[in-house]
Design a protein around this ligand. Structure first.
Ligand code: ZN
Length: 139
């Protein structure tokens, strides 16, 4: 069995962002030379997510509205975590809902997606350098 590891770095201009990283993940699989196996993609920060869903503007805005309803960024003072001097309690909670990682099968060297599936990086506390781990395993 072979394995291959690479990181994807981000520095979003906005606090929250939803970025389709499917093409970047596929390029890493191409680089690995692995044709049959599994690909793990995980956020390496506790205020960001990796998840799979449709790439559609309306849906991305729906996610953002929904997450802001569940865990609004403001008022910052409503969260005990922010008593530490941080302002990102909402980002921790948003990350929990949207998840840490995805695992996708690799078949014939390609991500073996279901209909409309795409891999997203969900940023909830951006405007700084953050990264995603891509680990490819197989042969
Ligand atoms: Zn925090």
């Amino acid at each position: 069995m072979k394995s291959y590891r690479e990181e994807i770095w981000f520095n979003t201009k906005t606090r929250r962002a939803y970025i389709n990283i499917s093409d970047q993940v596929q390029k890493i699989i191409d680089q690995s030379g692995i044709k049959e196996g599994l690909c793990l993609v995980n956020a390496m920060h506790i205020t960001a997510s990796v998840y799979i869903n449709d790439d559609e503007d309306g849906l991305l805005q729906d996610y953002d509205d929904w997450l802001e309803k569940l865990a609004p960024h403001e008022p910052i003072s409503k969260y005990r975590h922010n008593n530490t001097g941080e302002d990102n309690a909402d980002a921790h909670l948003k990350r929990q809902i949207m998840g840490r990682e995805v695992v996708v099968a690799i078949t014939n060297g390609k991500l073996d997606f279901g209909p409309w599936e795409q891999i997203f990086y969900g940023e909830f506390d951006g405007r700084r350098r953050k990264r995603v781990l891509v680990k490819v395993m197989g042969e």
